[in-house]
Design a protein around this ligand. Structure first.
Ligand code: NAI
Length: 458
């Protein structure tokens, strides 16, 4: 459904009127297209404290963005160099390496580095703060100071995300070495992450592979998307196929016309299967005798009703599609070795599972369960099968599901986030694709919200 308010505020009279009335000012987000694969402009690399990372420069050079002021190199500490001076041209993105922030004084360098440049970040720009993992070994005596100021980065990032406006996103990436950052930085510093803001992502695990062809990272891989015939699942199937995967579009028999049409367009395969079938995992494995590389659990349903009015059938149908079938098929495919080493599981949670929603005790429980599954299974799946397990948690996404929501609730859902607009299915799909890429092996056990930094479930 079209967001007419967004179109209205893009006109001069619309902008004038809504500003005068103090109404939200959503910016038209810059999304990925073959013609515009990169953000336009330079990348500014700043440091607060003494970096705990190795050499970040080669990693940043591979993001596709030219480094601002390469002659001067990265700006260290209080922003004194030419590159960080307020009068400079707009930059597309800023990476602030705050991994070395260990006390309140070094935390002040975060302010000193970003304060002069924040105004010169272009619309639809990106700010990525790099931090250390919170469980890194404490320094003798003052580990709690380090832990305090590293945690402080989360409050900083989320606050800046809420105030910066103009479609700019702000995220925190925790990591132990520069190499672990590459795939995530390439995503966060690209137009593909347009609707991902206010997130804290940890990238420390091992197991990334560099694809032979970076423009087709999933070439030679097979990906299965449950509920792939329409909505977000369709966008995921299209995006994984764009990245080179052979896509299996799984959906219920009633959706087979759509599933077959889509699979035909993508050079993939349609699979008619109700994912709640007790033997769904075995049937998928039988269908894919050579194995599977990417498993996207996207199928999901809602059957809303307040608990007081909710019959057991509404509870169990939602829990079975959204959580029970995810647990069963994951177990079956891992047990059969059907997910090849280097494989990726991406499940679909929801901000409703993180924040809760009136009328959605069943749905909220099922989606919170996905977060629990990811947290518990991820380390074991990586150790035993070489497979990562992550989840995307969409916020308000413009689909048939949200088009059916009553007008006022729909408008509130759209505007109550830092970007003041709903996301598109492709935003969830791009996030899923990043987690599915072979180069994303460092990212494991994460639940990444695709919600424009929704005010719900923050
Ligand atoms: P949708 O209703 O448009 O599509 C869901 C697809 O799953 C349909 O093709 C449907 O046939 C399929 N499906 C349902 N039950 C199935 C089963 N038993 N076996 C196989 N396929 C089945 O939904 P939408 O909006 O695309 O959502 C996709 C996922 O994203 C769901 O898990 C949903 O909970 C989640 N989500 C969506 C949000 C939104 O704003 N649209 C927000 C948060 C999460």
């Amino acid at each position: 459904m079209a967001d007419r308010y967004l179109s209205f505020t893009a006109t001069a009279p619309g902008r004038f009127l809504t500003r005068r009335l103090g109404l939200p000012q959503p910016a038209a987000l810059r999304r990925w297209s073959p013609e515009h694969p990169c953000l336009p402009g330079d990348l500014l690399h700043l440091t607060a404290g003494e970096s705990a990372l190795g050499d970040l420069a080669p990693v940043l050079a591979r993001t596709g963005l030219p480094l601002a002021d390469p002659a001067a190199g990265p700006v260290t500490g209080p922003a004194t160099s030419r590159a960080a001076s307020p009068g400079n041209a707009a930059v597309a993105a800023v990476v602030l390496d705050a991994t070395g922030v260990h006390d309140v004084d070094t935390l002040a360098e975060v302010h000193a580095a970003l304060h002069p440049v924040v105004r010169s970040v272009a619309a639809s720009g990106r700010i990525v703060v790099l931090g250390s993992p919170l469980d890194s070994p404490p320094d003798a005596g003052s580990g709690h100071h380090r832990a305090a100021v590293q945690q402080a980065l989360e409050g900083f990032v989320r606050s800046l995300g809420k105030e910066i406006g103009r479609g700019t996103t702000v995220n925190l990436l925790r990591l132990t070495d520069a190499a672990a950052a590459e795939s995530t930085l390439r995503f966060l510093l690209s137009p593909k992450s347009a609707y991902v803001s206010g997130q804290v992502i940890t990238a420390t695990a091992d197991g990334s592979e560099t694809p032979a062809d970076r423009s087709l990272p999933l070439a030679g891989r097979t990906a299965l998307v449950t509920g792939g015939a329409r909505g977000i699942g369709e966008a995921v199937a299209r995006t994984l196929a764009r990245d080179g995967a052979h896509v299996v579009v799984l959906d219920v028999p009633q959706a087979q016309d759509d599933a077959r049409r889509l699979a035909g367009q993508l050079g993939g395969t349609a699979l008619a299967l109700d994912i709640t079938a007790a033997d769904a995992g075995e049937r998928i494995a039988a269908e894919l005798p050579d194995g599977l590389d990417v498993l996207v659990h996207n199928a999901g349903i809602t059957r809303d009703r307040r608990l007081v009015n909710m019959p057991a059938e509404r509870w169990s149908s939602v829990l079975d599609v959204n959580l029970g079938s995810v647990l069963r098929t994951t177990d079956a495919l891992l047990a059969k070795g059907a997910l090849r080493r280097g494989g990726r599981i991406v499940a679909t949670a929801s901000i409703a599972g993180l924040a809760g929603n009136a009328g959605q005790t069943n749905y909220g429980a099922s989606k919170a369960g996905i977060a629990g599954l990811v947290r518990s299974l991820a380390p074991r799946a990586l150790a035993e099968h070489g497979v990562t397990v992550n989840a995307v948690a969409p916020g308000f996404i413009e689909t048939r599901m949200t088009a059916a929501v009553p007008l006022f609730i729909r408008e509130a859902g759209r505007r109550m986030n830092s970007l003041a607009q709903g996301g598109l299915p492709v935003d969830v799909a791009e996030t899923t694709a990043w987690l599915a890429h072979p180069a994303s092996g460092a990212v494991n056990g994460q639940v990444v919200r695709v919600c424009g930094q929704s005010l719900l479930g923050a």
